[in-house]
Design a protein around this ligand. Sequence first.
Ligand SMILES: *Cc1c(COP(=O)(O)O)cnc(C)c1O
Length: 339
Amino acid sequence: MSIIDWENLSFGYVKTNYNVRCYYRNGKWGELEISSSDTLNVHIAATGLHYGQEAFEGLKAFRGVDGKVRLFRWEDNAQRMIDSANGILMAELPKEIFYGAVEKAIKLNAEFIPPYGKGASLYVRPLLFGSGPQVGVKPAEEYMFVVFVTPVGPYFKEGFKPVSMLVTREFDRAAPLGTGRYKVGGNYAASLNSIKKAHAGGFANVLYLDAREKKYIDECGPANFFAIKDNTYITPKSDSILPSITNKSLMQLAKDAGLDVEVRKVAVEELATFEEVGACGTAAVISPINKIVDEDEDKVYTFGSDKPGKISTQLYNKLTGIQTGTEKDTHNWISVVDV
Ligand SMILES: *Cc1c(COP(=O)(O)O)cnc(C)c1O
């Protein structure tokens, strides 16, 4: 049995009872396997370790107001993992195996699903990597798929609160025609130095510009960027950003609420004209941003006060309401897991 202090969970690793694994060998995927160990036995020449042949996903299961366990848009995560696999030449994982493993991992660890009303959830982390050996640079012939879960607390411990971001031209996260659009670990390794710099300056994260011209906004660390102006939801169009499922959902909810939606290039100077800006992703849903410092241009952009903007708050409440069953799921985004 677990004794968890639901109120004080952070976004970190908590050991649960089981994880689920599946192996790709001899050109096909095997059966799901259950493990109670949280370590892996991996070949010393695995391509995932040497050449970054690795992709991951992140989604959440929520205990609803009615006690039901809801999983948000898992099929989009499964499709994105297929896209990531194709992007770095890994074996594609069929959606049924993805769902089967996610469902099993949730059910086997039901006691770790936080109760409703604490802002906490069960974070689900699927991982796919080249497990077969290669010394030359080529794709592995064997792959391993793992799903583990861990309970996570609310992203904002003091409530839904704005953060600040740094624009720097010292580092890029992804090349213009590189792997920025895939959810691969290599992009994260490439971002660590810039995040360290942002944290040292007191910023929550980095707002990356396009690597080619350094003129347009790409995304915010591990989250997409959006802005609100003149009743319009604006989000950058770029080949090097990761297509966020949260962003896609917010675009739909913005449309539902009567806003216009624009997906287009967003020049960094346009920040001066925005009424509300935010970062969006599974971890926080929305992180409202109240200050962006462009260190090279010596500019400081501010948005609103210490409180999140009106439209950001409205979208946040709607999306988190759908996830916990207090708002109607009109777009069929929810799958109930029978735990
Ligand atoms: C995962 C991720 C996001 C957010 O995607 P969601 O599907 O909304 O969780 C945004 N940017 C990057 C770089 C990511 O890896």
